[in-house]
Design a protein around this ligand. Structure first.
Ligand code: AMP
Ligand code: MG
Length: 432
């Protein structure tokens, strides 16, 4: 977020979570406080096959040579190269074929001069053979073969250990396991790996007005969209969703109980709604009188009210997100997702882009605006325009957006032609 032109100075006077909760705190300072409070999860040994996306805490060292044995790089014939030195299309060399060596054949064959074996890609090269003639340079014979071109010694042979030696480092600690890493670790014999687990996140939605999607609405009721959305955001971030629970507004006590119960099983708890200034704000009512959870006004739009603290005996991070769906999602991406990455031992973050504004919009003073935008490709450049109205309850505009633009606090009018920092919405791909 290179957007904060006012600098961090004014916000360094107090760490997040201290002082007057009505004095806005910058996004960077608030996030900084969260990231300082969360810790990487304890590593454990896991099946490699179940470790996609997880970060190694121990290097993968190969237990084998790769390749493990001299093997053929092509389908053809294992030969003694000097036997075919004089071969040509006009005067092919004829060799008797002693039999086949298929991939997976565990027999140790010997080959003498004046003969050959038909061999397949990946099959062990018989002792005594020093080259493979590709089938394309022969007549493809089964009992005897006509070789039409010479090959050099060593041709089409993959040498034992030429890729990796037993004891070599294959993947350093800190690697986030992706399919290409899984391939290397598998080949190297690592059935299990030591990794940080994916954080287990419990989601709590609050609000007496909420009805699960699929059930009919009465006047004054709405479908719970944050529950499914936050679950999806958790999954899209690579974390595990441990539970999605709904709690009503009227009684603060059950909410605290639910949070503490979930904090025993989960690595983080995320609540939606119930943290702002009105009555019936159950998260605020449950936690604002204690010292563990701090309620803050963050200089961001949407997502102004926020709460964060460590709860339960294990000091599990609790993220209190605002209830408006757009605010909730923006808050998740801005504060929760980076914290989950730290817990998972991940060093990086989502790719950012710079894009040219094709239609301007207004932005509030002194706040980082996280504007929902439509990102399109235009030749070699990226372009953005606002995605409908920017209200924090506007789900239609959110659904049409594929990215957010980060408008710095000192900008009140975004103009056509401006260059903006842009981030894709979770799970979105770059447009074609
Ligand atoms: P709150 O933060 O609880 O005051 O809620 C702010 C707004 O967000 C209200 O209009 C709520 O109805 C709405 N809201 C809260 N939670 C949800 C939810 N889970 N799904 C959809 N809208 C919600
Ligand atoms: Mg509410």
């Amino acid at each position: 977020m290179g957007a904060h032109r006012r600098g961090a100075g004014p916000h360094q006077r107090r760490p997040p979570g201290r002082g007057d909760p009505l004095t806005p705190i910058s996004v960077e300072a608030y996030l900084g406080g969260i990231l300082a409070a969360v810790r990487p999860l304890e590593p454990s040994e896991r099946a490699l096959a179940d470790s996609l996306g997880l970060v190694l805490t121990e290097a993968v060292i190969s237990s084998v040579d790769l390749p493990g044995f001299d093997n053929s790089a092509m389908d053809g014939y294992a030969v003694v190269a000097s036997d075919v030195a004089g071969a040509s299309a006009d005067a092919p060399v004829r060799l008797p074929v002693l039999g086949d060596v298929a991939a997976g054949d565990t027999t140790a064959y010997d080959l003498g001069a004046g003969s050959c074996r038909r061999i397949m890609t990946g099959a062990p090269v018989p002792a005594g053979a020093d080259a493979v003639v590709p089938v394309e340079l022969t007549d493809g014979g089964v009992d005897a073969v006509q070789v039409r071109e010479p090959v050099a010694a060593g041709n089409a042979i993959r040498r034992a250990g030429e890729d990796v030696r037993a004891g070599d480092l294959v993947l350093p600690a800190g690697t986030r396991l992706l399919p290409h890493h899984v391939a290397a670790a598998s080949a190297a014999g690592a059935a299990t790996v030591r990794v940080r687990p994916a954080p287990r996140v419990a989601v709590i939605t609050t609000g007496d007005e909420l009805v699960p999607v699929g059930e009919p609405l009465q006047y004054g009721q709405i479908h719970d969209s944050n529950g499914p959305m936050l679950r999806a955001a958790v999954l899209a971030s690579g974390a595990v969703c441990a539970a999605v629970v709904h709690v009503g507004d009227r009684d603060a006590e059950p909410l605290a109980d639910v949070v503490l119960r979930l904090a025993e099983q989960a690595d983080a708890v995320v609540t939606s709604g119930g943290i702002s200034a009105g009555a019936y704000e159950p998260v605020k009512d449950a936690f604002s009188s204690g010292a563990d959870v701090r309620f803050e006004t963050v200089a961001m739009q949407p997502g102004k009210p926020q709460a964060f603290g460590l709860v339960g005996e294990r000091g599990v991070p609790l993220f209190g997100l605002p209830g408006n769906p757009v605010s909730s999602l923006v808050s998740f991406e801005t504060f929760v997702a980076p914290a989950l990455r730290v817990m998972a031992g991940r060093a990086g973050g989502p790719a950012g882009l710079r894009a040219t504004v094709t239609r301007g919009w207004r932005s509030p003073a002194n706040k980082l605006q996280v504007a929902r935008v439509v990102l399109t490709r235009s030749g070699d450049d990226w372009c953005v325009e606002p995605s409908g109205a920017q209200g924090s309850h506007i789900l239609g505009g959110l659904a049409c957006a594929n990215a957010v633009a980060l408008v710095p606090p000192d900008v009140t009018q975004v103009r056509e032609g401006d260059r903006m920092d842009v981030r894709l919405l979770p799970g979105e791909e770059l447009p074609a």
